[in-house]
Design a protein around this ligand. Structure first.
Ligand SMILES: Cc1ncc(C[n+]2csc(CCOP(=O)(O)OP(=O)(O)O)c2C)c(N)n1
Ligand SMILES: [Mg+2]
Length: 346
């Protein structure tokens, strides 16, 4: 009988439910997690600003979901594992090795954008150097693709695990059912990460599913399901590491549901005041902000001082500013080449 595991869900805490040493992480690892989360946040904020300045066409943000993304990526092996991120996964991209410059090239739709040479919308990630597959716009199409990619990798005898992300809204699509069912039958080494931020644009979770936990559906496919506090980077790392180890042992996929929250509107085209209260959003902008939570944990455990953390933050911001200024100056794509790599040559 499979049961759903729940990690960090029983009480609300200021720091972390998990001790870093208990999950095999050092002080340096914790500071690296902090650096990656802050880098993701600063890139996100600056990217939104340049869109508001009219320099880029559109922006979609992962703000508030950094602990979920960085905690998960940190348990995987960049360079060896496969990644099918979804559009909020700026944190995943930075953690697997993409640079702020790489991501900024895509935002500005520049010729050298490593995702698609400016053929895709912003946040349709892809990067050959880091085993990141290009993404399609219809939500959840990446889920069955991940099941197949992981199965192919297994047949080739690689020791690789495949990450795939989607929202709780995306889990209501048929692709979710087909992908999870296939992966469970063939024991494909997949980490299915549902980043449950409680809304699919303006549609709250309760309007689109009759269960409380997406992870409970894992039982119906015959794979382990885990619900984790997605604001707690160490808790997300812990459950992902266990899932990755299981997948590498040949024991198949896991469905992880990280309960998180997006603290900004769905995209630069959305007004979230129409469907949620400011009070609700404010909780996740203050005490339950994932970066505030990690900072609290670091200070409580005396792993670094406030000044040291501020320094990491300042460096992250400088890194991001440099990348955005640089990307803005890079060459645009050539109009005559727009169809190159899109249509096969006869
Ligand atoms: C098949 C399909 N239907 C609708 C859309 C438009 N759309 C883009 S994102 C989104 C919401 C998805 O919500 P969720 O899966 O919870 O992810 P979140 O955006 O909350 O992270 C929708 C409806 C789409 N891209 N694809
Ligand atoms: Mg959602």
């Amino acid at each position: 009988m499979i049961e759903i595991e729940r990690v960090g869900m029983d009480e609300v805490v200021a720091g972390s439910h998990v001790n870093h040493e208990a999950v095999g992480l050092t002080r340096e690892d914790v500071l690296e997690l902090f650096r990656l989360m802050v880098l993701t946040r600063r890139l996100d904020e600056r990217s939104e600003q340049v869109q508001r300045q009219g320099k880029t066409a559109f922006y979609i943000s992962g703000r508030g979901q950094e602990a979920t993304q960085i905690g998960c990526a940190y348990a995987m092996e960049p360079g060896k594992d496969w990644f099918l991120p979804y559009y909020r996964d700026f944190g995943i991209m930075l953690a697997v090795g993409a640079t702020p410059r790489d991501l900024a090239l895509a935002l500005f739709a520049k010729k050298d954008d490593p995702a698609s040479g400016a053929r895709q919308m912003p946040a349709h990630f892809g990067h050959r150097d880091y085993n990141v597959f290009t993404s399609s716009s219809p939500v959840s199409t990446q889920i069955p693709q991940a099941a197949g990619i992981a199965y192919a990798s297994k047949l080739r005898g690689e020791d690789a695990v495949c990450y795939v992300a989607f929202g709780e809204g995306g889990s209501s699509k048929g692709d979710f059912h087909e992908g999870l069912n296939f992966a469970a039958i063939w024991k494909s080494p997949v980490i299915f990460l549902c980043q449950n931020n409680r809304y699919a644009i303006s549609v709250g979770q309760e309007k689109q599913m009759a269960v409380e936990d997406v992870a409970s559906r894992a039982i119906g496919y015959g794979m382990p399901g885990v619900v984790v506090d997605g604001q707690d980077v160490l808790a997300v790392y812990k459950v992902t590491k266990e899932a990755v180890d299981r997948a590498r042992r040949g024991e198949g996929p896991t469905l992880i549901e990280a309960k998180t929250y997006r603290i900004v509107p769905h995209s630069s085209d959305d007004d979230d005041r129409l469907y949620r209260t400011r009070e609700e959003v404010d909780t996740y902008r203050t005490s339950q902000d994932p970066i505030v939570r990690l900072r609290t944990y670091i200070l409580e455990n005396e792993l670094a001082t406030d000044e040291e953390l501020d320094h990491i933050d300042k460096e992250a911001l400088a890194h991001v500013d440099e990348a955005l200024d640089w990307a803005e100056q890079q060459p645009d794509p050539v109009a005559e080449e727009a169809a190159l790599y899109v249509f096969a040559e006869a």
